[in-house]
Design a protein around this ligand. Structure first.
Ligand code: SAH
Length: 246
């Protein structure tokens, strides 16, 4: 089945953009996934096609109107009732590979892109919209964030990347960073490839990669490491508990 992506944006010309080239582009042409970039302004209510207004309580910038957004979402949902609606916002839950995998296994996704100061808060509960952030950074609009989210989903669709994407060794798939890669030349500017990778001993290579993955995660991403260790301790104590019960 075709994975449906519907992007609600003030800049539909930004899509499919980078997703129209390379493997995602080929998959788009082959019908593995489809994209509909919808102009939010088409759902404006007044004759000036206004989509934003000044913030309640004062302050700089403009806020996207809840009534206009609701009409755009209702339109998208009508065509794709099974698809979750995700708003890109730095106030959202950080995007994870786990959530990406869930989305990629579903029928598709409706993505709402903000601009200016963002969305009127009432839209999230009023239309059951999931808030997602792509990192602790502030972009000028949700479009680049939407492209990131969609790229991560599309590469997981069956047939898009072949065997490579289903590999569970990749970063985050097991809660760790992936081990580092090397290729020819064996020596470059005096720097060599770790000897073990040229040994041909698959068990040794696997052990080295596992250990590198753990060391690098611990050093570079203590947050991921803590979680990984936490999960291990939890399952170990769970197992112990079972033994005691017996
Ligand atoms: N005033 C907002 C930022 C608005 S940035 C705040 O401080 O929280 C304008 C738009 O860019 C947002 O509505 C959102 O759609 C998008 N955006 C910016 N940073 C983002 C991020 N880290 N993740 C997802 N979307 C982001």
């Amino acid at each position: 089945m075709t994975f449906a992506t519907i992007v609600l944006t003030l800049y539909p010309e930004m899509f499919p953009g980078p997703l129209g080239v390379s493997l995602a582009g080929r998959a788009l042409r082959e019908g593995t996934w489809a994209m509909d970039a919808v102009q939010i302004r088409d759902f404006a209510i007044d004759k000036h096609k206004t989509v934003d207004d000044t913030p309640a309580g004062g302050g700089a910038g403009m806020v996207l109107r809840v009534d206009v957004l609701a009409k755009a979402i209702d339109f998208a949902r009508e065509g794709h009732p099974g698809c979750p609606v995700i708003a890109m916002t730095p106030r959202g839950k950080p995007l994870t590979q786990e959530r990406v995998r869930e989305l990629a296994e579903g029928p598709g996704v409706i993505v709402l892109c903000g601009r200016f100061e963002g969305f009127d808060e009432r839209i999230f509960e009023g239309r059951e919209v999931e808030e997602v952030s792509v990192g602790d950074i502030v972009l000028s609009g949700g479009e680049c964030a939407a492209l990131m989210l969609l790229d991560a989903c599309i590469r997981l669709l069956p047939g898009v990347m072949g065997a490579a994407s289903s590999g569970h060794e990749e970063s985050f798939e097991n809660g760790l960073l992936e081990y580092p890669h090397y290729t020819r030349p064996a020596e470059w500017e005096g720097r060599t490839i770790p000897e073990v990778l040229r040994s041909g001993d698959h068990a040794k290579i696997a052990a080295w990669r596992k250990s590198k993955s753990e060391i690098d995660t611990r050093l570079r991403r203590p947050d991921l490491w803590e979680r990984h260790i936490g999960v291990r301790v939890q399952s170990a104590s769970g197992a112990q508990h079972e033994v005691q019960d017996d």
